[in-house]
Ligand binder design. Structure first.
Ligand code: FEO
Length: 385
């Protein structure tokens, strides 16, 4: 069992048989829906869990309650992976007081009938005493949804950070934090860099010993490392020097060109050159890698006088996540009227602070000697960028 402090207990659950988290993300190691209980004169529950694991969660809750009744449910975030079991909790403990903000209470009836339920509206920096423990609330709108708030427990210096600092992967998964936390961040919270920056400023004023997110491990040591990562990610700065090649190839020729370019870059001394087949590999990981590195190559076939759909899908994802501040090289393929580069350029022009390297390499169907020479020249240009 996960221990936080003597009076703050983990009552969350792992979900290892979900096929797609939030209807689209592959989670090979599952996901955890974290939830906590603070035991004092008054008892506060910090969020519920997804309905998929409601029975297991209620059993964890009852174990820690040990016959007592909870006084408060603090609702950090209403999304169903956290708020899904509120209805069942109210059936079991109808006298509980719901703690949320004005936005929480305006959205709550979309999910549950809470008419007549006791409610306590939290204000920015407002407090709630449980006895020895005091909860302090800070609004974090759009650190995924508009009603999100985080809670700081003053006595034990614990920050309940909602989706912030979350990670894919069940809690019993042995894996380093950064990779799956980065994939989680850019795909789920990536659009909201400015609200995350605002939350980091509030957090900087607090003395934090433990971060309890709603997904993934409880963070107790080296907190500066995680906060630094969030600062880099939310300011849209590249995290690592490197090149990410994303290709969408119909018959394999564009794929061949992408791999040839990767070899050239490695031969020129580029240390990290990641590559992805957009038609086959995980889109969420491609989005993650696009944000991770400082330079990206988009290589795509032309299609129906436009762009091969896997590349178009990728660019739509990047645009939705506010992709910006990167250097981009373009490779297109077209047998009679190449159109991919024009379309890719249109997407890039709708993003902020994107530098497109010239010239674009145009492949005419197959990679020939002159195509290789152009790709070698492009590799030099990317290296110097
Ligand atoms: Fe983990 Fe935005 O829900």
């Amino acid at each position: 069992m996960v221990k936080i402090t003597n009076n703050i207990k983990y009552i969350g659950v792992d979900d290892k048989d979900i096929d797609l988290f939030e209807g689209q993300y592959e989670v090979p190691n599952g996901i955890s829906y974290n939830s906590y209980i603070i035991l004092d004169e008054k008892i506060a529950i910090m969020d519920t869990v997804d309905m998929r694991r409601s029975e297991e969660w209620l059993s964890n809750l009852q174990r820690e309650l040990n016959g007592r009744k909870p006084d408060y449910l603090v609702i950090s975030h209403l999304e169903p992976d956290h708020g899904g079991t509120i209805g069942k909790l109210l059936q079991a403990y109808p006298d509980i007081t719901l703690v949320g903000n004005a936005k929480t209470f305006s959205m709550l009836p979309n999910f549950f009938d809470v008419e007549g339920q006791e409610k306590l509206e939290a204000a920015e920096a407002g407090t709630l005493s449980l006895g020895e423990h005091t909860l302090q609330f800070f609004m974090a709108p759009m650190v995924h949804w508009p009603e999100v708030m985080v809670t700081y427990e003053q006595k034990e210096k614990v920050l309940f950070s909602a989706d912030g600092f979350g990670k894919f992967g069940a809690l019993d998964t042995e894996e380093e934090w950064t990779c799956e936390a980065r994939r989680y961040y850019f795909n789920i919270v990536g659009k909201y860099g400015a609200p995350v920056q605002a939350l980091l400023k509030k957090a900087a004023a607090l003395d934090i010993a433990v971060i309890c997110p709603l997904h993934g491990p409880i963070l107790k040591e080296n907190l500066g490392f995680y906060i630094d990562k969030y600062n880099t990610w939310s300011s849209y700065q590249p995290e690592d020097k490197g090149v990410f090649i994303a290709y969408a190839s119909i018959h394999g020729n564009t794929a061949g060109a992408a791999h040839f370019l990767q070899e050239q870059l490695l031969q020129l001394g580029e240390e990290k050159v990641a590559i992805t087949d957009l038609a086959r590999d995980d889109m969420a990981e491609a989005v993650e890698d696009a944000f991770r590195y400082d330079r990206i190559v988009l290589a795509a076939s032309s299609y129906d006088a436009g762009l091969f759909p896997p590349m178009e899908d990728f660019l739509l994802h990047l645009k939705a996540k506010m992709y910006q501040k990167r250097t981009v090289a373009l490779v297109e393929n077209g047998s009679w009227a190449p159109s991919a580069a024009k379309k890719m350029r249109e997407y890039l022009e709708s993003m902020k602070e994107i530098t497109v390297l010239e010239p674009v390499v145009t492949i005419r169907s197959t990679v020939k000697k002159e195509t290789k020479e152009q790709l070698q020249a492009l590799a030099e240009t990317i290296r110097q960028a």
